[in-house]
Ligand binder design. Structure first.
Ligand code: AMP
Ligand code: MN
Ligand code: MN
Length: 336
């Protein structure tokens, strides 16, 4: 038992009484949201209840190894027919790309499970734990509190959630509780070496060579406190190559860097709300090392996230967005 007391009783009740459950992942799904969604869903399914998984965007190739990944349906709008809709790792309803609206019917309850401090508490039942390193850590607590089984398939999903959101247990969100939970997940059948290999050692040669080119083009400000990488639409034409790699870890890894930024020009079909004629959009990822609060910075630009990992999608050309964001980053670093 790691920490059963932490799970609110209305969360346990919502899951205990649900009959048909829909689990939603946020846009550009990552290891935490997919592992949490599939981990909770597969555990619920062992009780014989119908469970559906959906996301606005496809599951990146790097996560196809997750048990249940092939079942995640790509939806452009939500539908009814579920008495419980669970959103995971999703601080505001816009982050599921509008799927929630179509799912909200009379008699449908929304359960919002998340670890973002800026969560808008848009659910009928909300459990927000910013101390949790990953939403997957919270789902582990839910399984303990509800008695849902921790099967090997569930363990693989939850371990992946935790290992990806902690940067393989390197980031400051890693706590003793995180490691205790990870140990339980390994005991339950998650194989750390196999999961690390599936996540980080399944590159295509073209992906490695793309990384080489992008690394050549990393830039920094004069004093080296801000570093950035740019992925234009030509590179972005192969989204599987891009999703497989956590590119921003490289500018972040520079000794003098306080804030790292990744600019990725979105392919036409990728935008959350495509409108004709479609304006260009850039996905901006921000990472810090504890000195600058990039969640605040991202919020000032219309996005959000955690103090050390945040993001935002901004309309505009690469040049426009880069200039605007780097100005804001420089101001935030200077204000320290
Ligand atoms: P990413 O840079 O996409 O890996 O995202 C890092 C973190 O920033 C995520 O865990 C989210 O919490 C947050 N985030 C990313 N993109 C957005 C966005 N468009 N709006 C709000 N939060 C975001
Ligand atoms: Mn996420
Ligand atoms: Mn997360």
């Amino acid at each position: 038992m790691v920490d059963r007391a932490a799970v609110p009783s209305d969360v346990v009740d919502a899951l205990a009484t649900a009959k048909r459950v829909l689990l939603l992942a946020h846009l550009y799904p990552d290891g935490d949201v997919l592992g949490s969604q599939l981990g909770l869903g597969l555990a619920l399914r062992t009780t014989g209840r119908p469970v559906t998984f959906a996301c606005h965007h496809p599951v990146p190739e790097a996560f196809h190894f997750l048990p249940g990944a092939a079942e995640v349906q790509q939806w452009k709008e939500g539908t009814g027919g579920h008495d419980l809709v669970v959103t995971l790792d999703t601080p505001d309803p816009g982050r599921v790309g509008g799927l929630l609206e179509g799912c909200r019917r009379p008699g449908t309850r929304v359960l919002n499970l998340d670890h973002h401090g800026d969560n808008r508490r848009y659910g009928d039942v909300n459990w927000i734990d910013p101390q949790a390193a990953a939403t997957g850590e919270m789902v582990y607590g839910v399984l303990e509190a509800t008695g849902l089984p921790l099967t090997p398939d569930v363990a693989v999903n939850l371990y992946t959630a935790v290992v990806t959101d902690t940067g393989s247990f390197r980031y400051s969100n890693t706590t003793p509780k995180t490691l205790r939970i990870a140990a339980r997940l390994v005991e339950a059948g998650a194989d750390p070496a196999a999961i690390a290999q599936a996540l980080y050692e399944t590159r295509h040669l073209a992906g490695l060579q793309l990384l080489g080119r992008l690394l050549q083009e990393v830039q920094t400000n004069a004093v080296g406190t801000v570093a950035w990488m740019v992925i234009d639409r030509a590179h972005a034409a192969s989204p599987d190559l891009l999703e497989a790699e956590d590119f921003i870890t490289y500018p972040r890894s520079l000794r003098t860097v306080k804030v790292a930024v990744l600019f990725r020009e979105l392919a036409r079909q990728e935008g959350a709300t495509p409108r004709p004629p479609e304006p260009p959009q850039v996905k901006v990822s921000l990472r810090a090392k504890g000195e600058v609060d990039v969640a605040r910075l991202a919020a000032s630009l219309g996005g959000g996230g955690h103090p050390n990992a945040a993001g935002v999608v901004i309309p505009g050309t690469l040049d426009e967005v880069r200039r605007r964001v780097l100005d804001a980053v420089e101001a935030a670093v200077a204000a320290r």
